[in-house]
Design a binder for this molecule. Structure first.
Ligand SMILES: *Cc1c(COP(=O)(O)O)cnc(C)c1O
Length: 442
């Protein structure tokens, strides 16, 4: 598989080029230039195959020229020391828990794969890379954990001082080794502006091998299609009905990855996008008009996105045909009240804590099953974060607090290590040259 830009089909690159560039030079997003046929593989692999092995088979099938079987398996062993877990919530609703990785959210799957694959290519070429990223909280911790200890890679993460939760700050600042947290005396927008300025600063990029790991990187998207395949394989013999995936969505990366899996041969009947009140995609599905909006704050804040970046890829999948897209993807818009009510009810009836993003998904799945013609379907709802990451909202909805998983509790006990920096681009460029420039390495 190679990749073209969503804005120009003639600009085609291979996987390493797409990974290290992040964005295409014309500002478009990288998009698969061909579609592998995975049907035979999906029907052949045994149900009990471990996740890293399944991922290895998929990587080899998708990129046979870049990864032979053994190399693909080795990269996936390094990427996935954790796995998804499937549990049933009701007779017709399953939860696909994607929060058993190091940062306790689904973004671990994409970030960890990207890190393992980048490490693989860098080792082959004897190069090094400095990952530079700004975070408002969650993405940064997934990236920090994913790249921690990878040879040839340093990570620099900017976060806004005092504007991330105490738990998020601990997750960012206690990793150490090759991961540095820069605490910016400013807002998240300042952090983003500084990072953007760094990437276009020719003097700086000539001296520091900067690269990005942000969520539009195709190297984070491709591996997110693997857990859809995994869930299907595990349910294939137990479930006779249609299977629908319900995906709590913000930037629509997770949903796009699921639709890729379907295009490549996963036999599912459809997808259901669950959004909070930031509803530009649900509106598009109904009306055919895409109108980005300023984002609105909700209790499911990782989905507060008013201009989803992966929409460009969704359009490309369906040849910009709005009817075709709507035939495969339904949508439900879930208010804060419904999110909190769902969290409360599920906890009361089953004892299960849901984080607010997953609760939006469960509410959407319930509405879908209550609707016309869908009554037989099995809905696999992606559980995108551990409830303990959103303990305040969980407590508000249920009156109880979920236990911190050990890896989060350990982070809370470790001392914070961060470098304070002013919210100015030249402060960042000085820091990078001094600590990560070619001269600093000698
Ligand atoms: C990022 C995130 C989402 C949204 O995922 P997209 O791929 O941006 O649609 C949902 N839930 C949680 C917990 C997240 O961190």
């Amino acid at each position: 598989m190679r990749f073209h830009s969503t804005r120009s089909r003639t600009h085609v690159v291979d996987l390493p080029q797409a990974l290290f560039a992040g964005l295409a030079p014309d500002g478009g997003l990288y998009y698969p230039d061909s579609e592998p046929d995975l049907r035979e593989l999906i029907l052949r692999v045994p149900e009990e195959l471990s996740y890293d092995r399944l991922a290895g088979e998929l990587v080899h099938a998708i990129f046979p020229d870049l990864f032979d079987c053994d190399t693909a398996l080795e990269v996936c062993r390094r990427a996935f020391p954790f796995a998804p877990r499937l549990r049933s919530l009701t007779e017709q609703i399953y939860l696909l828990e994607l929060f058993h990785g190091p940062s306790c959210a689904f973004k671990d799957f994409g970030a960890s794969f990207l890190a393992a694959v980048m490490g693989h290519f860098l080792a082959g070429e004897n190069r090094r890379a400095v990952i530079l990223t700004a975070t408002s909280g969650d993405t940064g911790s997934a990236v920090a954990q994913a790249f921690h200890g990878r040879p040839g890679i340093d990570v620099v993460i900017l976060y806004p001082s005092g504007r991330v939760s105490p738990l998020q700050e601990k997750q960012l600042t206690t990793v150490g080794d090759n991961v540095t947290a820069l605490e910016v005396s400013g807002s998240f927008d300042d952090c983003q502006r500084m990072v953007k300025a760094a990437f276009v600063d020719a003097e700086l990029t000539g001296r520091v091998p900067l690269t990005s790991a942000n969520s539009i990187n195709i190297g984070r998207l491709i591996p997110q299609s693997f857990y859809y395949v995994d869930a299907f394989i595990r349910l294939r013999s137990a479930v006779a009905s249609d299977i629908v995936f319900c995906v709590p969505s913000g930037n629509f990366g997770n949903l796009t990855a699921g639709v890729f899996a379907w295009r490549w041969g996963l036999p599912v009947s459809g997808f259901l996008a669950a959004t909070n009140v930031n509803d530009v995609v649900p509106r598009y599905l109904v009306s055919g008009a895409f109108r980005p909006q300023p984002s609105r704050a909700t209790v499911a804040n990782a989905m507060d996105v008013g201009d989803p970046s992966n929409f460009e890829r969704m359009l490309e999948i369906f040849g910009a045909d709005h009817q075709d897209m709507h035939a495969m993807i339904g949508a439900e818009v879930v208010s804060d009240e419904d999110i909190l009510r769902t969290m409360g009810r599920v906890h009361r009836t089953s004892g299960i804590f849901l984080d607010p993003h997953t609760a939006a998904g469960v509410c959407a799945a319930e509405r879908y099953l209550a609707g016309e013609g869908a009554s037989d379907a099995t809905v696999i709802t992606l559980a995108t974060a551990h409830p303990a990451k959103f303990a305040e909202v969980v407590e508000r909805a249920t009156g109880a607090r979920p236990d911190l998983p050990p890896r989060l509790a350990e982070a809370m006990d470790r001392p914070k290590q961060a470098v304070r920096i002013e919210p100015q681009a030249d402060a960042l460029s000085r820091y990078l040259i001094e600590h990560h420039g070619e001269e600093a390495r000698r």
